[in-house]
Design a protein around this ligand. Structure first.
Ligand SMILES: [Zn+2]
Length: 396
């Protein structure tokens, strides 16, 4: 007979701010009750709110200077300048990329992140060192944080030789789960050539696809339509994401209707990082139209920006600011995007505190979910698979 080996009862906790209950965890998932004969460890939740831990659907842990000496940035006029800045920062760091990534991702986990999709630069300037570094961080965080890795051609796919070969190596050896892309028309200058390469690798190696699209207007919309067409043609629905998709921000309702229908019918998801009012995706409208949207940190204290903290509760707060959230249901939706949008995008089960759902949650002092999204209380406890992995924002 199977005897549960790991039973914990979290007493006096309030899931999503509801009345206090006991949460029973058996072997990493919530259960209705303590199994007969099992001895449970009891943890007192002290009346705190239990929230699902969150999913960072778009982060760049290899680019970060988080925890490093202050880095002063130079002016940048466009993508090419930012890319140069990435290389300068990378070469200036006293700490190796794998250790920087581990430090940032450990911090994210201690702030209540349960999974990330990490876009990691793949370019001749670095070879595969950043990928290997983030892969080592993934290994070190097994059981604490799930890390999905995108081989991301930040310097272009067709703009310079050797990138396609590096991308292929990354997915062939399995260190990357996802093939990335970047502004096929505006930056790479070979719209179909980049998409041929990226989708070719996805097809050959069974990898998912996640393409950065900063281009606006038709320079962005053209590749967006191409990506949808290729996703349908290759039967990749549910395996393709477009990140940022700034060309969708600010569309009139009729145009948004049309593009949302195309994305939903093609099974192409989106991520937004809530970087500002002008570029944030209209996630509520997209969600109502069946488009899957995830929320992410994007760069954290890197060459592009001194800001960012890889704290997804803070990111939900910033999202609320960007969309001018005011009503409780609007603030609730910001948290739900951070929790459920990213989980669906990464193929993880949602955390809803019902029996069978993963026991991945955090405890915070607070009154109700909208107030927590506004006030950002410390994460008193972070639980992964029923096990406490951090207390007070520090790994346990
Ligand atoms: Zn990015």
């Amino acid at each position: 007979m199977h005897r549960p080996s790991n039973v914990t009862v979290y007493r006096d906790v309030r899931p999503m701010g509801a009345r206090p209950v006991e949460l029973v965890v058996v072997d990493g998932v919530f259960a209705a009750c303590v199994p007969d004969g099992a001895v449970a460890e009891v943890v007192d939740g002290l009346g705190r709110i239990a929230l699902p831990t969150l999913v960072d659907a778009h982060i760049h842990p290899d680019k970060t200077a988080f925890g490093e000496p202050w880095y002063s940035r130079r002016p940048a006029a466009g993508l090419a300048d930012y890319v140069r800045g990435d290389v300068e920062l990378y070469e200036a760091q006293p700490t190796r990329v794998g250790d920087r990534a581990l430090r940032l991702l450990s911090h994210a986990a201690a702030r209540g992140t349960r999974a990330v999709r990490a876009h990691v630069d793949v370019a001749p300037a670095y070879g595969l060192d950043p990928l290997d570094g983030v892969a080592a961080a993934r290994e070190a965080l097994l059981g604490v944080l799930d890390v999905q890795i995108v081989a991301f051609p930040q310097h272009g796919v067709r703009r310079l030789p050797g990138v396609v070969e590096l991308l292929e190596e990354a997915v062939r050896v399995g260190v990357a789960d996802v093939v990335g892309g970047l502004d096929p028309a505006g930056f790479d200058g070979d719209r179909q050539g980049q998409l041929d390469a990226v989708f070719g690798l996805a097809e050959r190696y069974g990898a998912a696809v996640d393409i950065h699209l900063h281009d606006t207007g038709e320079t962005g919309m053209g590749p967006l339509r191409d990506i949808c067409a290729r996703t349908r043609a290759l039967g990749l629905a549910g395996r393709v994401t477009i990140s940022h998709a700034f060309c969708l921000a600010g569309l009139a309702e009729r145009e948004l209707d049309e593009v949302a229908r195309l994305l939903a019918d093609s099974g192409v998801a989106l991520t937004t990082a809530a970087l500002g009012e002008a570029t944030v995706l209209p996630f509520l409208e997209l969600g109502e139209r069946g488009v899957l949207v995830g929320l992410g940190s994007d760069g954290v204290r890197d060459a592009w920006s001194p800001f960012g903290d890889a704290d997804m509760l803070h990111r939900a707060h910033l999202l609320g600011r960007c969309v001018d959230a005011r009503l409780d249901e609007e603030l609730d939706a910001c948290l739900a995007l951070a929790a459920d949008g990213g989980a669906a995008l990464l193929g993880l089960p949602a955390v809803d505190f019902t029996p069978g759902s993963p026991a991945d949650f955090m405890l915070v002092e607070g009154e109700c979910v909208p107030q927590v999204v506004v006030d950002l209380p410390p994460r008193a406890m972070v639980v992964r698979g029923g096990r406490i992995v951090a207390r007070g924002g520090v790994p346990a």
